[in-house]
Design a protein around this ligand. Structure first.
Ligand code: NOJ
Length: 732
């Protein structure tokens, strides 16, 4: 009774006061133990959606006010049950925040984020996150551990799948779009959720592409390439951050006073809260910077980590640390204040169950509208890598052979980090083709090969099915469990004997379409040589098969462009369009220049590359002036014409190069893009604007500014296929 009364008092208080006062008022009643409890996040049972027998170790801790947030507790009914314990059975009745990895959808699964980013369609990316938020909030979630905004140039790293590729400019825009989608305008709406900028910072630069591995880089590289998406996230109003597992230049980021408290909180003024990654506080012990949990907790609290994810360090050690004067009460209070503020903003003190509505959950999740958009998003994400007049296929063929381990492997379509996505809702390629073609076309299926191993026994049946068909569609690539966390690879070719399978199919000299599904850039030079058509479909999500059918049969004209370069071979990694010229840029005929003796420097398919069923012609870029002052805007204008026979969309890209700087500058940096649609024969003029700010970088003295001098500006259809003009930035 007494507890209920307290809850009611708090609910009344939350009306009509402003949030800082409400937070103070709650904090004035909290014991030190209860405050520390708010900084503790525990995991629940994970896979539970229906009625459950509640396991009680974390429930007892919730009752005792020792838990501020839970992750992996799912479903409107179950979250309500757990919330009820916090609200009705803990002394102060402070509601929990439920967090979950809603990365590319909740139940309706969208393409993996790397794929989604290839659409270059920020509105669509925002909308996919909004749908994910609508579904997740209907199932009781307040907080997603997304978006991941780690830049990576290393396809070996399994988590390239979760990001937006290799470029900080584009990565920042995608991060912002995803945050807008999850968070909306107002946390008090019941379909918006807190987003989380992760993993702060440098995680994507793990040595050798091996997950959790050491990161060592210059401060200039950190500031120019890896930090911009995180700064953009703050500018977009992201509610939370997650610190990364990795060390950076010798210091695990979770214990970095300089980066977390110094840069993020003090310099950038981030006022939300920061959660550690799973156990990353105690992992400072194996990292070798803390002897025990006590020291790990001290490092993390002093660094400014507000919440301990499933690490049990804060709950165990903060009180001792405070008593010993190793941390301060202000630090604890600041962390509690940040967390309670978000709980108020979410409206949880007014109605802790506002996200736990079974009726809404049933209505919203996997709705027709969401599925229809997932289909669109998947089609938009696809990148046509090669097409020697094979695609689109006619819908009037008699026989099509569908070959490969991914044709019907439903579970693989949704990838890892697929939240509550289920294979039973997936439309695979076989089903997608059937939906598109009806019964009029014969579809002949053979698996051909498995994802791994050297068994070629399935080849015979596959070749037999293929030889009798009018066209062959080979659906090959990676299984879901080949990309994502702790899923790094040292060979980034087609796994198993799938390459051999494709090469055999190509020898039949029939119309052959290779549909790739994978979560990372692959090195596939031989497939590129042999196959007349290659469509990159990523791990396309719940509606994957329908979307692939839309593209293969021409109902959607592909418009995706790569956001991460595809190398020729793993030995080129790290490979990216934004590289330096060196003192000895490659000259093929000259021995002592920067090159490989056994392959090209350039990737197989570069950043920004992707074909269409129509063709586009670009004019030279035209500038409104050959020079600009610091306070002026330069206008860069380019005409793009659809010279083919179909309507199509094109991502028009603009890059710049600073020809001489106080430090060396990349040969190209993306500074703008526009996605336009053109009818056959239509021509549009695309205008970009460049300001001095767009030309800024970290100078020799680590000042962020533009330097006067000569620049090149490039416009075109990929980072390689460009035309250029020159201009001068005049001295100030
Ligand atoms: C570890 C991962 O690195 C992080 O991205 C994720 O959000 C947490 N686990 C929670 O599942």
């Amino acid at each position: 009774m007494a507890m209920l009364a307290t809850t009611q008092v708090m609910a009344q208080q939350s009306v009509g006061e402003d949030i800082p006062q409400k937070v103070d008022s709650v904090m004035s009643r909290m014991t030190l133990e209860e405050k520390i409890g708010q900084l503790n996040q525990l995991t629940g049972d994970g896979e539970v959606t229906g009625p459950v027998t509640l396991n009680n170790s974390y429930q007892d801790q919730i009752r005792q006010g020792m838990v501020g947030s839970m992750l992996n507790v799912n479903g409107a009914e179950y979250t309500r049950k757990i919330q009820k314990i916090a609200v009705e059975e803990s002394r102060l009745g402070i509601p929990l925040i439920f967090g979950y990895d809603v990365i590319h959808g909740y139940k309706t699964i969208f393409p993996v984020p790397l794929g989604e980013s290839a659409s270059w369609d920020l509105e669509a990316i925002e909308k996919a996150s909004r749908i994910a938020a609508r579904e997740a909030t209907a199932a009781g979630q307040h907080w997603t551990f997304a978006p991941m905004m780690d830049i990576s140039r290393d396809a070996r790293w399994g988590r390239v799948m979760e990001g937006a590729g290799e470029d900080p400019f584009y990565g920042s825009m995608v991060a912002r779009a995803r945050i807008r989608g999850f968070q909306g305008e107002d946390f008090s709406k019941d379909h918006t959720m807190l987003a989380c900028a992760k993993h702060f910072v440098g995680y994507g630069a793990a040595r050798g592409g091996r997950d959790y591995n050491t990161v060592d880089m210059s401060m200039r590289r950190l500031h120019e390439t890896f930090l911009p998406p995180f700064k953009a996230a703050i500018d977009e109003g992201v509610a939370t951050f997650m610190s990364s597992f990795n060390e950076l230049n010798g210091v695990p980021v979770t214990g970095s006073r300089e980066l977390v408290r110094g840069l993020l909180k003090d310099q950038w003024g981030f006022d939300g809260f920061i959660v550690s990654d799973w156990g990353s506080i105690q992992e400072m012990m194996p990292h070798g910077v803390a002897a025990d949990k006590y020291e790990a907790g001290e490092l993390a609290m002093n660094a400014g980590i507000d919440m301990d994810m499933e690490g049990h360090v804060y709950i165990q050690e903060l009180k001792n640390l405070l008593e010993d004067g190793r941390i301060s009460e202000e630090q604890i209070d600041d962390a509690v204040r940040r967390i309670l503020t978000k709980k108020f903003e979410l409206g949880l003190f007014d109605d802790p169950y506002r996200y736990c509505n079974v009726e809404r959950e049933e209505r919203v999740i996997l709705s027709k509208e969401h599925r229809a958009f997932a289909r669109k998003a998947a089609a938009k994400s696809m990148v046509l890598l090669k097409n020697d007049k094979v695609l689109p296929l006619s819908k009037n063929l008699d026989d099509i052979a569908l070959i490969g381990p991914l044709v019907q492997a439903d579970q693989e379509y949704i990838g890892t980090w697929s939240a509550r996505g289920e294979s039973k809702h997936v439309v695979n390629v076989m089903e997608g083709f059937r939906n598109k073609l009806g019964e009029g076309v014969n579809l002949h299926y053979a698996k051909g090969a498995s994802f791994t191993g050297g068994d070629k026994e399935g080849f015979e049946k596959a070749l037999e099915a293929a030889s009798n068909a009018d066209a062959i569609v080979a659906v090959v690539g990676e299984s879901a469990m080949m990309s994502g966390e702790a899923l790094s690879r040292m060979d980034i070719g087609l796994p198993g004997v799938q390459k051999e399978l494709v090469l055999e199919l190509a020898r039949l000299n029939k119309p052959l379409v290779v549909v790739l599904m994978n979560g990372r850039p692959l090195a596939i030079p031989e497939v590129d040589q042999a196959a007349p058509a290659i469509l990159e479909a990523w791990l396309p999500g719940t509606e994957g098969g329908n979307a692939i059918a839309d593209v293969v049969f021409g109902d959607y004209n592909p418009s995706g462009k790569l956001t991460a370069s595809f190398p020729h071979a793993v030995g080129q990694v790290p490979v990216q369009y934004e590289h330096k010229n060196t003192g000895r840029p490659k000259v093929e005929s000259q021995r002592y220049t920067s090159k490989y003796i056994d392959g090209p420097n350039k990737p197989l398919y570069p950043f920004g590359y992707g074909l269409s069923y129509t063709s586009f012609e670009y004019s030279q870029p035209v500038l409104n002036s050959q020079q600009m002052n610091f306070n002026e805007t330069l206008r860069v204008q380019v005409d793009v014409e659809n010279t083919g026979e179909r309507a199509g969309e094109e991502v028009v890209q603009m890059y710049v190069r600073d020809l001489v700087g106080s430090v060396t500058r990349p040969v190209k940096e993306l500074k703008g893009f526009k996605k336009i649609s053109l009818e056959p024969g239509e021509k549009k003029t695309v205008i970009f604007e460049l300001r001095a700010d767009d030309l800024a970088f970290y100078t020799r003295d680590m000042e962020y500014k533009a330097e006067p001098g000569e620049f090149k500006v490039f416009t075109g259809s990929s980072s390689e296929d460009v035309q250029s003009a020159r201009f001068k930035l005049l001295a100030q």
